[in-house]
Design a protein around this ligand. Structure first.
Ligand SMILES: [Zn+2]
Length: 275
């Protein structure tokens, strides 16, 4: 069975949308498979052949529905969109230069999602992940500084080039970190500072931060440094301090109290956040 997912690059392809459905219907009329035609960036589905079959197959656990990037078929060879490949709970958009690391990335995300247990239930059913050819591409797409390994917006995850993360031996750690962020971010209520989210993520992923903990920083300064660090060194120092504070909190009250404080902070927690 043939399942094709065309991910178009958008732009001037879109104006051809009216003709796409009849085009793909005709094209696949005599074949048994399914087609999903979508715009790469927006995920808007432009045309579908055998939709139930195609969507079911593309979303099947462990499915590696064949991803075809040849928008060229429809667009005179100018478009060069990124392929998208899906696992049970993730879809990864990646440039071909990063292909080597795609399988490991999806496997690591699935594994860590399982380890998050019931906490992962707050995640969207399919988390979007994207990576880039270059650090410049990552910076352009996310607005983050180039020394950031990844970022998430509460719904999806953007990663520096997978090959770069792998070379620095931080690929698995970065994936765990960002996925945990998604979970923690989604349960964190108003009034709970970002540094507490960051500290919880670092604590739950058992990361080690290579930086001195400078206890002189106030929680106001800590919050500012976590929200918008001026440099990698400042970020590391802030993360180390956030982790240390969360670690002490967990020592005193137990790990379950971290989740309680994120979701339902009591007056004591709210006071401690400002201390
Ligand atoms: Zn983080």
């Amino acid at each position: 069975m043939l399942i094709l997912v065309f991910a178009l690059a958008g732009g001037r392809n879109v104006c051809a949308a009216d003709n796409l459905q009849s085009f793909v219907t005709q094209l696949f009329a005599s074949k048994g498979g399914g087609v999903i035609l979508s715009i790469s960036r927006t995920r808007r589905i432009m045309a579908v052949v055998n939709p139930q079959l195609a969507i079911k197959e593309a979303h099947r656990p462990g499915s590696t529905a064949k991803i075809v990037t040849s928008a060229a078929v429809l667009d005179g060879g100018t478009a060069d969109p990124d392929p998208i490949v899906s696992s049970e709970h993730f879809e990864l958009e990646y440039p071909l230069s990063q292909q080597t690391w795609v399988k490991r990335t999806l496997e690591t995300l699935e594994r860590w999602r399982r380890e998050l247990g019931t906490n992962a239930e707050t995640l969207p059913s399919r988390v979007r992940v994207e990576t880039f050819n270059t650090t410049e591409g990552f910076v352009r797409a996310t607005g983050e500084p180039g020394w950031m390994a990844a970022s998430s917006d509460g719904f999806s995850i953007s990663l520096q080039p997978l090959a770069l993360l792998a070379r620095k031996q931080i690929l698995d750690q970065t994936l765990r970190h960002e996925l945990t962020h998604l979970v923690v971010h989604r349960v964190r209520v108003k009034g709970v500072p970002r540094w507490f989210e960051e500290g919880c993520v670092l604590y739950l992923t058992r990361e080690r931060i290579d930086a001195p903990t400078n206890e002189q920083t106030s929680t106001v300064e800590l919050e500012a440094a976590v929200a918008k660090p001026g440099s990698e060194a400042q970020m590391r120092a802030a993360y180390a301090q956030a982790l240390e504070r969360v670690r002490r909190f967990a020592q005193r009250q137990g790990d379950a109290a971290l989740w309680r404080a994120l979701m339902h902070p009591d007056p004591g927690d709210l006071h401690w956040f400002q201390e």
